[in-house]
Write a protein that binds this ligand. Structure first.
Ligand code: GLU
Length: 263
């Protein structure tokens, strides 16, 4: 088996040190196993993604010394595939329409890494939710046996997540499992902030007859005050460091010595 890892950023802002850590962790995992490293652009949310952020991802990762397979898969170019999977799940009877307000939907939704954070109170077009009850019925005994690595998968911790959105078509969970399978990813190496998401993704893999890769969730980098780094909180971007004259080697040293936490 050839090991294949991926780094799958969403171009909704400039990459910060946390992204660099994630990308390098996945990259070195592949290298250590004589495997392949894939870069995937997760840009289904056209309301938040910007071309300049995508370009910056390529520039920043190349500057750090990473190399990846080309052409790079851009999720925005595969929307019909995600839609087909959504239709398949609907035909299977495991989706239901939710016409609550956007705020109501958002409050009930898992705070996925992109999207689902809408705060308006206006009536929303129906969203399509995954029914865990229907999924359990559909899978029978397989539902209780779901697992990743040695962890039992417990999709209940996320509840009935939104998989179909009128504004952008599909939600993150669905696109990510389709592409991890399409790209033959054997090892998903990503931050611990996505550990909970894995429970739902493993269920989707079972429903769609997709393989479950091995998952590694690495510790998250913290800032000097012990908070998680985040684009929206104004953490310094890799470009900021580059413009300030730091080298890729300086960045690697910072990553090695930065405080880290599991959640
Ligand atoms: N696109 C997601 C993000 O930027 C990451 C998806 C993943 O690694 O599974 O947060």
């Amino acid at each position: 088996m050839t090991v294949r890892t991926r780094f799958a950023p969403s171009p909704t802002g400039y990459l910060h040190l946390g992204h660099a850590f994630s990308a390098l962790t996945a990259y070195h995992f592949a290298q250590d196993h004589g495997g392949d490293f894939i870069l995937r652009i997760e840009d289904i949310d056209h309301t938040r993604c910007r071309p300049q952020f995508e370009q910056a991802i390529f520039d920043d990762l190349a500057w750090l010394g990473l190399k990846w397979e080309t052409p790079v898969l851009r999720q925005s170019e595969h929307l019909t595939d995600y839609q087909a999977a959504l239709d398949r799940l609907r035909d299977m009877g495991v989706l239901y329409a939710d016409s609550r307000t956007r705020k109501g939907q958002a409050e009930a939704a898992l705070s996925a890494p992109q999207g689902d954070e809408v705060a308006e109170t206006t009536p929303a077009p129906p969203a399509w939710r995954l029914s865990l009850d229907a999924a359990r019925q559909h899978l029978g005994a397989r539902y209780d046996a779901l697992k990743f690595n040695d962890n039992p998968a417990r999709p209940e911790i996320n509840g009935d997540v939104i998989l179909g959105r009128k504004d952008i078509g599909v939600a993150y969970h669905l696109a990510v499992v389709i592409d991890d399978a399409r790209q033959d990813i054997t090892h998903v190496v990503r931050g611990h902030d996505l550990f909970d998401a894995t429970h739902t993704q493993v269920l989707l893999q079972a429903l769609l007859d997709l393989p479950t890769p091995h998952y590694t969730h690495h510790a998250l980098l913290l800032d000097d005050e012990g908070r998680r780094l985040a684009k929206r909180k104004g953490s310094k971007s890799l470009q900021d460091y580059r413009n300030a004259g730091l080298s890729p080697e300086d960045i690697r040293t910072m990553l090695d010595t930065a405080p880290k936490a599991q959640a």
